[in-house]
Write a protein that binds this ligand. Structure first.
Ligand SMILES: *[C@@H]1O[C@H](CO)[C@@H](O)[C@H](O)[C@H]1NC(C)=O
Ligand SMILES: *[C@@H]1O[C@H](CO)[C@@H](O)[C@H](O)[C@H]1NC(C)=O
Ligand SMILES: *[C@@H]1O[C@H](CO)[C@@H](O)[C@H](O)[C@H]1NC(C)=O
Ligand SMILES: *[C@@H]1O[C@H](CO)[C@@H](O)[C@H](O)[C@H]1NC(C)=O
Ligand SMILES: *[C@@H]1O[C@H](CO)[C@@H](O)[C@H](O)[C@H]1NC(C)=O
Length: 392
C-alpha cells in the first residue's frame, strides 16, 4: 500500500529510502516465520510420536524406530493398490510393462467397491477423424469407461483438455499391417489398460470405427455377456488352414488353428492371458509372416481357442463389409451414410447372444472415411441414438 502511494507522488528519493527500510525489515520477518514453523514442526513431531506410542500402531512404531525415518508416511490402505495411474506416460519397455500388467489377484471377489469399466483401445496411425462422434457417445458416462490411444510415435495428438481423448495416448511404437508389430501394439494397449484395475472389458477399435448404439446399450451388452467377442473360426482353404505351418507343432495343431477379425472385445482374464503369453508368440512371429499369413488374423484367435475356448463367442461385435471382395473391406464415404444403410446393419442380422438368437449383433462398425463424419453426426441422434437432436 505505502510504496504505491509514494510512487504516485513521484518522489524518487523517498521511494528509494522506503524500499531500503522495507527490505531491511524482511530478514526479521523471515526469521519470525521460520521460528514459528520450527515450533509448529517440533510440536507436530512430538504429537505424532505420542499418538503412535499411545494408540498402539505397533507396525508404524516398529518401522519408525528401526529405520529412524519420520513417520509422515501414509499407512497402506487397499485404495493405493487399485488407484488408476494418474498419467498414462511411463518409461517402461514392453518386457517391463507386460510383466507389471500380468499381476492379477488370486482372490476373485474385490474387498472394496469396484465399478467395472470398459477400456476403449484405439489403434491408429495418427488422427481420429471420428472423434466428435465418439465424444458424444461417451458424454455422461465418465465412471464407466477409459480410453487408450496407440498411434505412430511420430504423431503428436493435440486434443483440447475438454476432449475425452486428452492425454490418453500411450507410449507407442511403429506397427505394420499383417506383421507381429501390429500384435505388439495391441498387447501394449491391453497392458496399459490392465494397469487400471477397474477395467474389466477391453475393446480394440481403429480410427475408422464408429459406435452403432448408445453407451448404455454397449455397456449392458458387454457386461452381461458370458462370452468374449473374439471372432475365431476354422476356415478350410488357402486363406484359413492353408496359412498353418507344421513348424507350429506341438504348441499349435492344425485343428486348433483359427482365423478371425482383428477387432475384438475380451474380458480381463483373457487380456492377462494375451499379455503374459510366451508360448504361442514365437511360433506365430516366426511362422506366420506375410505374404502367406497375416498374424493379426490368427494369433489371439488361435491362442485363446487353445487356452479358453469356453469363454469365446467366436464372433466379433464390429461390423465390416467384405462383400465387395479383395484384401481390404469396403470403406464407407459420405454418400453411403443413409438411414437404409444402418437398417441393414442394425436390423437385418441374426446371431447368438448368451446362446439365444438375437438381431442385436454389432456394437461398432468400420470402415468409415473421414468425410462420412458430417452425415454421421446428423443421423446419429435419430438412427444410432447417440447425442441429441437439439442441434438440428
Ligand atoms: C439408449 O438407447 C435405448 C434404446 O434406443 C434407450 O431406451 C435408452 O434410453 C438410451 N439411453 C440413453 C442414455 O440415451
Ligand atoms: C497337438 O497334438 C499332439 C499329438 O496329438 C498332442 O500331444 C498335443 O497336446 C496337441 N496340442 C494341443 C495344443 O492340443
Ligand atoms: C467357440 O468355439 C470353441 C471351439 O473353437 C467352442 O469350444 C466354444 O463353445 C464356442 N463358443 C460358443 C459360444 O459357441
Ligand atoms: C435382409 O436380408 C435378406 C436375406 O439376407 C435380404 O434378402 C434383404 O434384401 C435384406 N434387407 C435389407 C434391407 O438389406
Ligand atoms: C444435448 O444438447 C445440449 C444443448 O445443445 C448440449 O448441451 C448437450 O451437451 C447435448 N448432449 C449430448 C449428449 O450431445
Amino acid at each position: 500500500m505505502l510504496p504505491t502511494r509514494l510512487e504516485e507522488g513521484k518522489d524518487p528519493a523517498a521511494i528509494a529510502t522506503l524500499r531500503v527500510t522495507h527490505s531491511r525489515q524482511y530478514p526479521l520477518r523471515l526469521l519470525q516465520f521460520f521460528l514459528l514453523f520450527l515450533i509448529i514442526g517440533i510440536a507436530g513431531s512430538f504429537l505424532s510420536m505420542y499418538m503412535v506410542r499411545h494408540f498402539g500402531i505397533h507396525n508404524v512404531a516398529f518401522v519408525q524406530s528401526s529405520s529412524r525415518k519420520p513417520c509422515f508416511q501414509r499407512p497402506a490402505v487397499v485404495e493405493n493398490w487399485f488407484k488408476a495411474p494418474s498419467s498414462l506416460l511411463h518409461s517402461m519397455n514392453d518386457a517391463e510393462l507386460f510383466w507389471r500388467a500380468s499381476f492379477s489377484p488370486r482372490i476373485q471377489s474385490y474387498p472394496f467397491k469396484r465399478t467395472p469399466k470398459i477400456a476403449f483401445m484405439f489403434l491408429t496411425k495418427g488422427p481420429l477423424p471420428m472423434a466428435p462422434l465418439w465424444e458424444r457417445f461417451f458424454k455422461g458416462h465418465e465412471k464407466l469407461y477409459s480410453i487408450y490411444v496407440h498411434s505412430l510415435p511420430s504423431y503428436n495428438a493435440d486434443f483440447p483438455p475438454s476432449s475425452v481423448f486428452y492425454r490418453r495416448q500411450i507410449p507407442s511404437q511403429v506397427a505394420e499391417w499383417g506383421m507381429m508389430s501390429m500384435c505388439d501394439a495391441e498387447r501394449r494397449l491391453l497392458a496399459n489398460a490392465l494397469l487400471d484395475i477397474s477395467n474389466e472389458w477391453f475393446v480394440l477399435l481403429s480410427e475408422a470405427c464408429i459406435p452403432l448404439h448408445n453407451f448404455s446399450i454397449v455397456y449392458r451388452y458387454l457386461s452381461r455377456s458370458r462370452y468374449s467377442f473374439m471372432g475365431a473360426f476354422d476356415e478350410p482353404g488357402p486363406y484359413g488352414r492353408g496359412r498353418y505351418e507344421e513348424n507350429m507343432k506341438p504348441e499349435i495343431n492344425l485343428s486348433d488353428w483359427r482365423k478371425g477379425s482383428q477387432w475384438f472385445e475380451i474380458n480381463r482374464e483373457l487380456a492377462v492371458r494375451v499379455v503374459e503369453d510366451s508360448t504361442y508368440y514365437p511360433k506365430l512371429r516366426d511362422f506366420c509372416v506375410p505374404h502367406k499369413c497375416y498374424v493379426d488374423e490368427h494369433y489371439f484367435q488361435t491362442m485363446l481357442t487353445i487356452n479358453t475356448p469356453q469363454l469365446l463367442a467366436n464372433r466379433s461385435v464390429t461390423y465390416v463389409d467384405w462383400s465387395r471382395g479383395g484384401a481390404h473391406p469396403a470403406t464407407f464415404g459420405k454418400n453411403d451414410i443413409k438411414e437404409e444403410f444402418f437398417k441393414k446393419i442394425l436390423q437385418n442380422q441374426t446371431c447368438l447372444y448368451n446362446n439365444q438368437p438375437t438381431s442385436l449383433c454389432f456394437l461398432f462398425a468400420r470402415k468409415f472415411a473421414p468425410n462420412a463424419l458430417g452425415p454421421l453426426l446428423d443421423l446419429a441422434p435419430k438412427v444410432l441414438g447417440i447425442g441429441n437432436s437439439s442441434h438440428f
